[in-house]
Design a protein. Structure first.
Length: 131
């Protein structure tokens, strides 16, 4: 992995056979690891949002990330596989978030967004609906 300080989100891009990693430092960066070539590349940097978890929707060809600000989840942001074409959708209600303590898994079920929240002291996660 390149010199990154704080990886907050990872998604598997099946169509490109790669991992996409979001680093929260230096204004935010997307890195891609090519499984076939076994190489890392920086493919987007500089974001308006802080992202906590990502999901790659291979049918839509989009990366969607959960956005946080000031200790709260505030929305979902989507990009194409190259990190372009950004669109933001605000959550109906903000939910508290502790990025230092919680681990997250963003997922989509029947067009509804869910986040599974794991606390270090518990192996059991909680499912939160986002829309």
């Amino acid at each position: 992995l390149p010199d990154v300080g704080e990886v907050l989100a990872i998604a598997y891009d099946k169509s490109h056979q790669s991992l996409v990693v979001y680093n929260d430092q230096r204004g935010g960066e997307f890195y891609r690891y090519s499984i076939k070539e076994k190489t890392w590349s920086l493919f987007k940097e500089g974001f308006k949002y802080n992202m906590a978890s990502m999901f790659y929707d291979r049918h839509a060809g989009k990366l969607t990330a959960l956005v946080y600000q000031g200790g709260y989840f505030i929305g979902l942001v989507s990009f194409d596989a190259e990190g372009k074409g950004e669109s933001f959708e605000a959550l109906k209600s903000q939910q508290p978030f502790d990025r230092k303590r919680w681990r997250l898994n963003l997922d989509k079920h029947d067009s509804k967004w869910m986040v599974q929240v794991f606390l270090p002291e518990s192996l059991k996660g909680e499912n939160w609906s986002l829309n």
